[in-house]
Every structure is written in C-alpha cells, then in structure tokens.
Design a protein around this ligand. Structure first.
Ligand code: VGL
Ligand code: ZN
Length: 218
C-alpha cells in the first residue's frame, strides 16, 4: 500500500470486451487480473471512454469512410472507430465483474465531440488537459501503474503522458490487451520505451517487495 503509488485502470468497458462495439480480443480477461491487483493499491483511478453520440472519431460521421481507416483532423491524424462508448449506453458501462467501489475517481474522456482522447491526461489535440495530472500531483503520487484497454491506444498514450507529467509509469502488460491494428502494438511499445515507461507484469509487482524499476518500494 505504498502511499505514492496509483493504479490507473483504463477503459475496462463493455464495448471493448467480446460482444461490444469495438471489441478487443480477450479484453474481458483483464478483469480478474485487475481485481487481483486492487489490494496492493490505496489509490485507484478509473478512466471511462465517454463519447457523445455524434463523436468525430466515429466512422459513421465520415461519409465514405470505414472503421479503422484514418482521416486528417485539425489536430492531426485520427483513426476512425465504430460507434462505441456512447454516454449512458450499456457499452460505455464498466465490465460488470470489475470491482470499482474502491476507486477514488473516474476520469471520463472523449467528451468533446470534435476531439478524441486516448490519453487519460491530455486529449488528442495534445493540449487540452483532463485534470488527471493535477489530481495526481495533489495526492503526491509518484508512480503510476497502468492496466486495462487497450495496450496500443489508451493505455499506451496514458503511460507516455504519465512520464510527460513527471510520474514513473509501469504498464502491467498481462493486465492489458491490444486492439492490434497493423503496426500499432510495435509503435506503442517503441513510444513507451522512448518515454521511459517500464513494461512489466502483475507478477513482478505482487507482494509489494522491491519495485519493478529496481527501486525499493516506498
Ligand atoms: C480506445 C479506441 C477508441 C481505447 C478508446 O480505450 O484504447 N481505443 N477509443
Ligand atoms: Zn473512444
């Protein structure tokens, strides 16, 4: 229960699980792994992809475009997605088996109809903050452990942004699954390495002994 550690559980929502609108293969299998991590953390924050029904990341808003194609947005390239995680829908709800009661906050993201937000810290325009950085600084968090969906999008972008905000970042890869479009897993891994993110597993941090970065646990 290191006081400066936080578990960031990214987008464990029905639409990213098998049967959802933007399914990630075996996405639901992160749930028991994440539930098993919870006793180790005093500080837990959830993110929830939470789009208006007319969100600009939906291929349905782009005539002639199909899901998983890319378009240019004012802020740069944007992958288009099936309609997913629409505010208030069943698809936007957390997986029913995820234990959410102990989380201190839920950060909702992707609410601006014109801007996507993969990262839990900063929207895809790379300038609009979600507020998570300030919350974590106020709590004196130093290490952010990441789990959830998807490794190559929202988990990866959140991890590199955690570094930008001055936190250590440790992705627990067995507690994640990727969307896995062509090249996206390798690109996410490279970006994380470049940013100083540690890619580890839940087994490496079990028991709360020495930390995954080799530093003694605080
Ligand atoms: C995500 C694509 C679109 C994610 C969210 O949670 O990784 N991916 N919206
Ligand atoms: Zn989304």
């Amino acid at each position: 229960m290191e006081p400066h550690d936080l578990l960031l559980i990214v987008d464990v929502q029905n639409d990213f699980c098998p049967g959802g609108n933007l399914p990630v293969a075996d996405g639901d299998q992160v749930v028991p792994v994440i539930n098993g991590l919870l006793p180790r953390f005093r500080h837990v924050v959830l993110t929830q992809d939470w789009h208006p029904a007319d969100h600009a990341s939906f291929a349905s808003r782009h005539p002639g475009k199909a899901p998983y194609e890319a378009v240019q947005m004012p802020y740069g390239e944007q992958t288009l997605w099936p309609d997913h995680c629409v505010q208030g829908s069943d698809g936007a709800a957390f997986h029913p088996d995820l234990e959410t009661d102990g989380a201190l906050a839920v950060i909702r993201k992707g609410m601006n109809p014109a801007i996507d937000s993969y990262s839990a810290f900063t929207e895809n325009d790379r300038s609009t903050p979600t507020g998570l950085g300030g919350l974590l600084r106020a709590l004196d968090i130093r290490r952010v452990f990441l789990a959830g969906l998807a490794f190559d999008f929202c988990v990866g972008w959140s991890a590199t942004d955690a570094r930008t905000h001055g936190f250590e970042a440790i992705v627990l890869e067995d507690a994640t699954r990727p969307v896995d479009l062509p090249g996206t897993v390798a690109a996410a891994r490279a970006a994380m390495l470049d940013a100083g993110v540690v890619v580890s597993t839940s087994h490496d941090i079990a028991g709360g002994g020495s930390g995954p970065t080799g530093q003694p646990a605080r």
